[in-house]
Design a protein around this ligand. Structure first.
Ligand code: ADP
Ligand code: MG
Length: 336
């Protein structure tokens, strides 16, 4: 007798959630990426109890059409890629079509969305649709995630203190805000505003929103390009350092990524200007042909594989060295 069975959608989604939804901050990241992909210019995040009780993301993006509302919660269903070729030219942050079904399978989700012409309201619990009706609203989407991990107690136990979870959420929002200076972000926890960026398109202003005006003032512009890459951003003066690498942000084609080798290149661009054990604050944004970067490495899409990593390392090192060298040459007559 056959004993191999296909898993139910809900069970498959819960298993995927194990990778995609590690903690409340992962929910925030996925929801923000969707809002960014929807062309939003303003994204507001409201959380309660560090996201464990509630996470709400409100955007003014294109919204989801009534016919698509249920599809958005289906596994491997996406509006962002359609063909094999698309997979090699990804310009959106999402493409795997698994965030919403995964999140919904381990929480209670309320979706309110409108394209400007038609709107919908949907409520799901543990991935099961409990209510679905039409709804009028201005253009945009609001997704509220409540009682995360209510049906996966082992994962709930793994969640750290409220303070740690809040720090993780702050980190996610900070990096996405600096990756998208053209979007205005705000983050409010239990009624307290933690972050706001203006969305003016100016990276230095976004950095000021995240690290404060005084820190932003002590950062200098970096730019450089070669045949394959265009690099722009800001790095701190050598005397403005931190004790960890956490203040280094790398953005490739608008996607915040983690890459140890490129992080090291940033530090090595400072030559001997940094003290041992100290690291700069840096926000570097790199534009390249999507064909040169494989983002389909891990479900959270933070790891990427680069085809010309060595060339990029050299560009980062020389651009930073050049920026710091030039800075020293400028006479500081007006500095007080
Ligand atoms: P992916 O982002 O990989 O496509 P998701 O599960 O995150 O998969 O989202 C599924 C689909 O739902 C998206 O492809 C998009 O069409 C739609 N969607 C999700 N969030 C939003 C949003 N905030 N605004 C507009 N459309 C959205
Ligand atoms: Mg997504």
């Amino acid at each position: 007798m056959a004993k191999i069975e296909e898993l139910s959608q809900i069970l498959a989604n819960q298993i995927a959630a194990g990778e995609v939804v590690e903690r409340p901050a992962s929910v925030v990241k996925e929801l923000l990426e969707n809002s960014i992909d929807a062309g939003s210019t303003k994204i507001d995040i409201f959380i309660e109890e560090s996201g464990l009780k509630k996470i709400q993301v409100i955007d003014n993006g294109e919204g989801i059409a009534s016919d698509d509302v249920l599809n958005a919660f289906k596994r491997h269903a996406t509006s962002k890629i359609h063909t094999r070729e698309d997979l090699f030219r990804i310009r959106s942050l999402g493409f795997r079509g698994e965030a919403l079904p995964s999140i919904a399978s381990v929480s209670e989700v309320t979706l309110e969305t409108s394209t400007g012409e038609e709107g919908s309201y949907l409520f799901l619990s543990g991935g099961v649709v409990k209510e679905h009706k039409s709804h009028s609203l201005r253009k945009g989407t609001s997704i509220t995630v409540e009682n995360i991990f209510f049906n996966t107690p082992a994962r709930l136990k793994y969640v750290k203190t409220l303070q740690t979870e809040l720090a993780n959420i702050g980190d996610v929002v900070n990096r996405l805000a600096m990756s998208h200076p053209d979007i205005s972000f705000s983050l409010t926890n239990d009624g307290h505003r933690m972050l706001r960026t203006l969305g003016s398109g100016d990276l230095k202003q976004a950095i000021a929103g995240v690290y404060g005006v005084n820190t932003a003032k002590k950062m200098i512009e970096v730019s450089g390009d070669d045949l394959d890459f265009k690099l722009t951003g800001y790095v701190s003066l050598p005397e403005v350092t931190r004790a960890s690498r956490n203040y280094i942000s790398l953005i490739i084609n608008g996607r915040y990524i983690k890459n140890f080798i490129l992080n090291k290149a940033i530090v090595s661009g400072y030559g001997s200007k940094l003290m041992v054990g100290r690291f700069p604050i840096a926000v570097l944004s790199i534009q390249m042909d999507p064909l040169l970067v494989d983002v389909n490495v891990h479900p959270t899409k933070q790891e990427v594989r680069l085809s010309k990593e060595k060339e990029l390392v050299t560009l980062i090192e020389t651009s930073i060295a050049k920026a710091l060298g030039e800075e020293v040459l400028i006479p500081r007559v007006n500095d007080s």
